[in-house]
Ligand binder design. Sequence first.
Ligand SMILES: Nc1ncnc2c1ncn2[C@@H]1O[C@H](COP(=O)(O)OP(=O)(O)OP(=O)(O)O)[C@@H](O)[C@H]1O
Length: 208
Amino acid sequence: MSIILAAEALSCVRQDRVLFENLNFQLSAGQVLYIQGKNGAGKSSLLRLLAGLTLPEDGQILFHGKPLPSVAELFSEQLLFIGHQSGIHPQLTALQNLAFWSALTEQQVAYPYQLLGSLGLAGLEDIPCFMLSAGQQRRVSLARLWFTTKPLWILDEPFTSLDQQLIARLEQHFLQHLSSGGVIVLTSHQTLSAAYPELQAIELEYRW
Ligand SMILES: Nc1ncnc2c1ncn2[C@@H]1O[C@H](COP(=O)(O)OP(=O)(O)OP(=O)(O)O)[C@@H](O)[C@H]1O
């Protein structure tokens, strides 16, 4: 199976501290990479490198076998990155946030009310997101995962603030995405519960 995303001898240094070095992995369609580690170990830093938002100290990231900078346009078309922050605009409503992402990424959201309702946000579609709870805001943010057609998902702590029911729902959605050829890289302090057919795990040590 062809490799979609790979890291070769990746190193990351922050504030003179080596967070990780010589990190290697290869991910093909249907595979999930689960990154664990203590607070400050470097999980978000690794995700930001993989999303092309920062550059590694050493090593390289390959997308479909090519160095990331050389395929930046294709990569950004195929990547959905949800960072540690929810990434929603607090003054906009849930519906407006969906419409914004939809226009920005040219991904059609066919039934926004239905989607938001299915995520437990019925009746809350038209109020500014700053009036929503942390978990509700996270739900608005994650709604993107239900209408995107992008194959590569990089998700930093996607379960934060979610209740167990929504976590289970999200993990089922991950399985669906993987079974249709998607790739997921995620961090979490929480143990994954679903039975992922092809799971790779990396534990980053906290290094002084
Ligand atoms: N933009 C930055 N500039 C300087 N140092 C940074 C930057 N971002 C992160 N760091 C440092 O890098 C280290 C790793 O941070 P990172 O956010 O990657 O950890 P993490 O494993 O995701 O932690 P957590 O579980 O708390 O979210 C920390 O010591 C942090 O201070």
